[in-house]
Structure formats: C-alpha cells, structure tokens
Design a protein around this ligand. Structure first.
Ligand code: TRP
Length: 334
C-alpha cells in the first residue's frame, strides 16, 4: 500500500511499435487506473538486453515508448513512468532473489525455452534469469496487482513462489502480487489472420495498425482487412474477421455490437471497413498530435523522467534496504 492505495506495477519492453491492439486492449484502460491504484509503469530496458540490441536504437525506442504512454493519456504526475535502468535497486534485488530461485524452476519457463530456440546463438544467463529480474521489478514496489498478458502468467507465478519462499524464511517482507483482473479492453486480432492476436512483431505489416500510422496507411490497412463470406455486418463466431472489425469500431466509438449491426444493416463490407478505418483515424489523430508536441518539448520530458525516476527510487530503496538487512548485509553508517 502507498497511502490508502494498492500498488499496481507493470513493465513493458520497448521492442517494436505499439499497435492499435496494445492501445485498445491495454493502454487506453490504464488511464483511469491511477484513481484506484498507485501505478508504476516501467520501461524495462534491463530485460531488453537479454537479446542483442543496437544501443542508439534501444535508447530511442525506450524514450518513444515513454512519450507514447504520456500521449495516450497516462498522466506522469499521477503515474510513475520511468526507465528500469534508472533505478539500480532492480538489479540489486534481482541478485538477491537469484539466490532464492532454483535452476529447476527456471528450466520450466516456457518463454525461456521459446526464446532460446529463437536465439540459439545467444543463450545467455540473463535470458535464463529473466523471470527473477521480473520478480524483482514487481516485489521492489510491493505491488498488489500486475496487469499481464497470458504469456506472462507463468512469470507472475514464479514471482509469487519466490516471494513466499523469502517470506517463509524472513517474515513478511514482500507483498504477494496477484494478476490484475479488472476491466480489460477489447482483444484486437490481426487484420490479416483474425484468429491470431494483433502483434507488434507480426512480419506482415498489413496485419497490424501501428499507433504512428498516418491516416492513409490506416485506411489502406482496413480496406485490405480480411473479411468473411456472409456479406453482412453480423457479430458471430462464423465471421472472425467481421467480429474483429466490430470490436475495433465499438472500442473506438463506444457503440455496442448490436448498435453497430443496426447501423450497417443492408450495407456491404466495403462501407463498414471505411467507417472502421475512419473511427481509428479519429482516435489516433489526437494521440499523434500530442506525441509530436511532447517530442518537441525535450525539457519537459527530461524533467518528467527525472522526477519519476526519483519517485520510483524512493519506494525501491525502502524495500531494498529492508531486504538487505534481512539477509544479513551490514547497515551503512550515515
Ligand atoms: N516480461 C514482460 C513482457 O515481456 C515485461 C516485464 C518486465 C514485466 N518486468 C515486468 C511485466 C513486471 C509485468 C511486471 O511483457
């Protein structure tokens, strides 16, 4: 708890470009969470270097991501938006937690297996202990809830195991985090293969709408979106393509699927796709304008980044000092 609020922590990697799916499915819904939770959103650059990165590009993408979060509506005075690398406590706690994590546990992590298959030439120890660093992220802020996708649930589970193990030895040091199960956004699927989630790493550029796509590109992608064969705008199992477009249109306009079916009664897919495209352009426009403004205002952003790193560090150090004492490190003279 911080004050009378529960703590929410989430980390994001600055890889790839954020998609409409990231926005409608997650980001947009995070904006109001700060009323209920003390929110920390970290750009996890320590995690990023478990695979090779171009340094200049990593730095640039990380800053872009932070900027985009603010542009999307996360108020940096109410949410702690910061770089993981600015708070050294993450790495320090990760080291300690490494000593409370078993090789066997880490060996079972499916993401490690997937990633080592994908990067067979660089199976480094960081990739192996990635989940421990993630546990450190979460436990450092005594987070109560963590909004994560399905692919990260196993990492949250190991975080809980590590925390419980530590607490069993040293008393109640860590809050045991839960997955955040509150209101989540629409699940947006690929525009080309609507049985697959829209992904920022999709190789087919037409499958995903990126938050920085210009209006022409957005419209073109929706024109090319895969539809179905019934020829009518109806929300049903048999029409995964149309269902996805209805979900997108609904998320952008606030209309229900019943209202949308009615609106397009007797109209073809063509008209509908245009309307969906336009609704997306309409929500991306203010976001992109705000992004451009923020990018120009270097001083403002730098100030936010510094302020938030200090705030994060304050809470991180509180936990870290406690943990260091528990495991037997000598206190520093003041
Ligand atoms: N591993 C997460 C991902 O790839 C990112 C992450 C790092 C994270 N630390 C975290 C997510 C802590 C939630 C909480 O998506």
């Amino acid at each position: 708890m911080i004050g009378d609020k529960k703590v929410l922590f989430s980390g994001m990697q600055a890889t790839g470009n954020l998609t409409l799916g990231n926005y409608l499915g997650a980001l947009k819904n995070w904006v109001s969470l700060c009323d209920e939770y003390e929110c920390f959103y970290s750009v996890v650059d320590l995690h990023s270097i478990t695979v090779r990165q171009d340094p200049a590009e990593l730095r640039q993408r990380a800053r872009k991501l932070l900027t985009l979060y603010i542009a999307a509506g996360l108020d940096p005075k109410k949410n702690c938006l910061y770089y993981q690398s600015h708070v050294s406590g993450h790495a320090e706690l990760a080291w300690i937690l490494n000593c409370f994590t078993y090789m066997g546990e880490l060996n079972r992590m499916t993401q490690f297996k997937d990633k080592s298959a994908k990067h067979a030439d660089n199976i480094n120890a960081g990739l192996f202990t990635y989940p421990v660093l993630m546990a450190a992220d979460i436990l450092l802020y005594q987070a109560d809830v963590v909004p994560v996708g399905k692919d990260q649930l196993q990492h949250l589970e190991i975080t809980r195991d590590i925390a419980q193990r530590f607490n069993a030895i040293y008393g109640d040091v860590f809050t045991i985090p839960e997955p955040y199960l509150g209101k989540t956004g629409a699940k947006i699927m690929s525009l080309q293969e609507p049985d697959k989630k829209m992904s920022k790493s999709d190789e087919n550029a037409n499958a995903s709408v990126y938050l920085m796509d210009d209006p022409d590109t957005v419209m073109r992608k929706f024109k090319r979106a895969v539809t179905d064969s019934e020829g009518c705008v109806r929300y049903c199992e048999e029409q995964p393509g149309i269902r996805n477009l209805i979900d997108i249109y609904g998320a952008c306009t606030g209309k229900t699927s019943a209202e949308i079916e009615k609106e397009f009664e007797g109209k073809g897919y063509g008209d509908f796709k245009m309307a969906v495209g336009e609704s997306v352009v309409a929500i991306l426009k203010p976001l992109q304008e705000r992004f451009a403004e923020l990018e120009k205002d270097k001083g403002y952003l730098d100030g936010i980044i510094k302020e938030n790193a200090e705030k994060a560090e304050y809470y991180a150090l509180k936990t870290l000092r406690k943990v260091q004492k528990k495991v037997g490190f000598p206190e520093r003279a003041r």
